[in-house]
Write a protein that binds this ligand. Sequence first.
Ligand code: MN
Length: 486
Amino acid sequence: MSGMIIEGKTGRWEVICGLEIHCQIISKSKMFSGASTHYGSDTNENVSFVDAGMPGMLPTLNEECVRQAIKTGLGLNAVINKYSEFARKNYFYADLPQGYQITQFKYPLVGEGKVVVNLSDGTTKEIGIERIHIEQDAGKSIHDISPNKSFIDLNRAGVGLMEIVTKPDFRSPEEAGAFLRKLRSIVRYLGTCDGNMDEGSMRCDINVSVRKVGETELRTRNEMKNVNSVKFVMQAIESEAKRHVETYENGGTIEQETRQFDPNTCATKVMRKKEFAHDYRYFPEPDLLPLVIDDEYIEQIRSEMVELPDAKQERFVKELGLTAYDASVLCENKETAEWFEKAANGHDAKKVANWMMGDFFAMLNEKKISLEESPISPENLGRLVDLITSNVINGKTAKDVFALMAETGDTPDKIVEEKGLKQVTDTAAIEAVIDAVISANPDNVAAYKAGKTALMGWFVGQVMKESRGKANPGIVNQILAQKLNS
Ligand code: MN
């Protein structure tokens, strides 16, 4: 069981958590206008009359945003609703020129779904998706340019969003973190959202409550808005759950409120109480028709989908013999999975996976470079593994060859040839080295024969040293054992 239990003074408490994630849809133009969605343009460069909320301007639905949301729904194993409606969510804010957000309320485009997450103890857990609705993003208020003025950038106003709402299925910060990483992985595989939390293209709202173990009713929850990293989401859940337990155990009550998580203090503070909660006066959007799609449309989108991380992971286990854990690490990122497949193609896949997750990732980290910048090509890593499995070099030499590959980008064959690193499998040559070591160390030979068998390791070490690491360790062990035990 992966749930987090808080041991309080009055007993044991469990954490209940649900997430709402706003994902910016990847599309060239905005959801209801032809303005560009390009990130990093000049301030207010990408603003149409529709985005600026000019009187008389009418929204036109961008079909690409609908397709992207359906694709995401299919990726989350969710029901696609053939009938959905847009609604107006009314509120007043400077960065919302229309005075309302076009969203979906009663009839969302995507219904219930599920996502399987992998936990650190090797277990998996299914997290329920409640719904996904599509809506437009607001602009951005900028308060840090002038001490007495605020500025508005409407480039983001009208960009398409998918709001993904989960069921309150999380029982620990770890589960929520695993879910966010999985969701990010899926949308990136699908190409429907870039998943960059630090740039705000994926933003997470968290609902947290606690209850005594054994209680069946949910207690009052608090919401934390716009937490912008997986780590902060996990910290926010933990600190908020502990605050609830402490409050209850000190005789207090939790009131429904919106709070803000401060990463510097790892604590939450109140933003607004429920009595100030908005009344959004939702009503069906009069400027847009209901959205009606058919099975053929959905199936056409399904047919364009790429292989998703779960399916890829399963294939790596079944066809390539990887462990579930190794497969899940390699499949989290699509580029990594594809690089691995190229490297493993025609070679010992398990060994390639070990090299990739060990020395190869360490090398990328150390050089602070991405996979694409790797001096070692997938073909060359596969070839290195071949040289080991065919006994051309031993494992120790392979580490040295790998280091040279990372430095020069050369093929392992070229390095082995030039540096004369081919393993010595010639038994006569190895036997000569062994005889020399044995005759030079009569005391240790005597000690070994007297029962100090742990000295075997020392003898192997001496022989390897004499052969400059090139002797085949299997052959060395075999001949040494024969000679010392005779
Ligand atoms: Mn929303």
